[in-house]
Ligand binder design. Structure first.
Ligand SMILES: Cc1ncc(COP(=O)(O)O)c(C=O)c1O
Length: 482
């Protein structure tokens, strides 16, 4: 239970942990935030952490660790080959996920590189519920083509559809009929589908996809980076799952896949990653690439301390009270914003609160990156760093043309166990101020545009002096406040 009924009648999130180590933060005055934003080319990735009050960029590698994780890190076995700490991690993955074979990788995208290197050949088609940026980049680099087969209501911003990450089975059948099962190395299902707002996939959909794939000899691949939130939603929302424990649900979900990879920067409250494989043959096919790209088979690019933290963190992902914290805080923020009329993705998903930038700043044309402009404006309004998930995060097509994203989202990530509820209330308050001043926000344009994953290091500028005007409006409304 991580929400509780108060005497006042309100139901509120309640932290089931206490804070034992803290980090000092600072909130710069709006004038300094404006200078910082300019210096960073309006790209929040390029802002130093010291200039940020609340870092809602991502949940990746920044979740708070537990006392048990930190203790385990002090007691790790240091060895290039054959570390006891590695064997404990391998055994934990077998126990928690139910696969016999495991290979380590230093993070999620490294696992994607190993999977693509092992199984994707030029001309291959990879159907998936929805792409993730690094997944598509790795699969495409190896000559594969990603085809998204999300069901249509997954892209409806505000709905009461509980499992927006589900695959459309008719689209899956159509892709297989068009390209042939022999050209499809696997179907990828991403748990807690990141780019559409951390939206979950149902167990029923996983089973239905597997039925189609098995009969045609197509492998099932799961990106489990956001599986802990997804499991929580299966238990909360899926008929027939309420009486099952998270451990049972985890094993049941995993049993439908041949290949299963995860970023431990998300799953397991740590850093690192890994790949679970169903057969020895698959393990043999992949294992030679691990020392080549990652490091020896018993560390795969991870430090022993990371491996020790993951081993304990994976156990914690089986505790419903622990994994409820993220979704509960996110739901609170989503519903509070919704009450104020601010457009957000509903129902709340995992990972973070997703603001619909397309509806927040409809005056900004798609090619002036509405979501990126909103993120820059929010930084000015509150010293809060969020992530653009829209057209700026897309790659140009093979002819160099811009691709307009399906959704223009500002993601306010909620790293697990990191923020207090008063910080979340501050984030809500500053966004409410921005909503009332949204007419001041205009677009951005590139001044330096990298060829790949441009959102990480590209530099932009505002199309006018709107950032100065927004900062001045903030100072007018908050003359004595940061
Ligand atoms: C669904 C998904 N897959 C893969 C990755 C890549 O993982 P990493 O950042 O550890 O490389 C991420 C990271 O955000 C993710 O959300």
């Amino acid at each position: 239970m991580s929400t509780i009924k108060f005497y006042s009648g309100e139901t509120m999130p309640l932290e089931m942990h206490r804070v034992r180590v803290v980090q000092k933060l600072q909130l710069l005055p709006v004038e300094e935030r404006l200078r910082t934003l300019r210096g960073a080319g309006s790209n929040l990735y390029l802002i130093p952490n010291r200039a940020i009050y609340m870092d809602m960029l991502t949940d990746s590698g920044v979740n708070a660790m537990s006392d048990d994780q930190v203790a385990a890190m002090m007691n790790a076995d240091d060895a290039y080959a054959g570390s006891e700490t590695y064997y404990k991690l391998e055994a934990k993955c077998r126990e928690v996920f139910g696969f016999d074979y495991f290979l380590p990788a230093h993070q999620g995208r490294a696992a994607e590189n190993l999977i693509a290197t092992t199984w994707i050949k030029p001309g291959h088609i990879i159907p998936m519920n929805y792409h993730f940026t690094t997944t598509r980049a790795h699969f495409t680099l190896k000559g594969g083509r990603v085809v998204e087969i999300l069901k249509d209501d997954g892209l409806i911003v505000n709905s009461d559809e509980p499992f927006k990450g589900d695959i459309d089975l008719d689209k899956l059948r159509a892709v297989i009929a068009e390209h042939g099962a022999e050209n499809i190395p696997f179907v990828r299902i991403e748990a807690g589908t990141n780019l559409i707002g951390g939206q979950p996939v149902s167990l029923a959909n996983i089973i239905a996809v597997e039925e189609i794939c098995r009969s045609l000899g197509i492998k099932m691949l799961m990106d489990a980076s956001l599986l802990q939130d997804n499991l929580y939603f299966i238990k909360q929302r899926e008929p027939g799952c309420q009486d099952k424990s998270i451990r049972e649900l985890m094993l049941e979900v995993c049993s439908h896949f041949d290949i299963f990879y995860f970023s431990a920067r998300k799953l397991g409250f740590a850093r690192g990653g890994g790949i679970c494989l169903r057969t020895k043959e698959m393990w043999d096919d992949m294992k030679e690439f691990v020392p080549l790209y990652e490091g020896f088979l018993t560390y795969g690019g991870m430090s022993i301390r990371e491996m020790a933290a993951i081993t304990v963190g994976l156990d914690e992902t089986l505790d419903e009270e622990i994994i409820a914290q993220g979704p509960t805080f996110i739901t609170y923020m989503v519903e509070e914003l919704h009450k104020r009329g601010i457009p957000v993705v509903r129902p709340a998903g995992g990972l973070g609160c997703h603001v619909d930038a397309g509806a927040f700043v409809p005056q900004i044309p798609g090619l002036q990156y509405p979501a990126a402009a909103l993120c820059a404006a929010y930084y000015l309004a509150g010293g809060i760093r969020t992530m653009e998930r829209g057209t700026l995060s897309e790659e140009r097509d093979e002819n160099g043309n811009e691709v307009i994203a399906h959704m223009e989202l500002m993601r306010c990530a909620m790293p697990r166990r990191v923020f207090t509820l008063s910080q979340v209330n501050y984030a809500i308050d500053r966004l409410a101020w921005l909503w009332d001043n949204r007419h001041l926000i205009e677009g951005l344009r590139f001044v330096e545009e990298p060829n790949t994953l441009r959102f990480f290091v590209g530099r932009l500028e505002p199309v006018s002096d709107w950032q100065e005007k927004l900062a001045a409006a903030f100072r007018r409304d908050f003359p004595d406040s940061l």
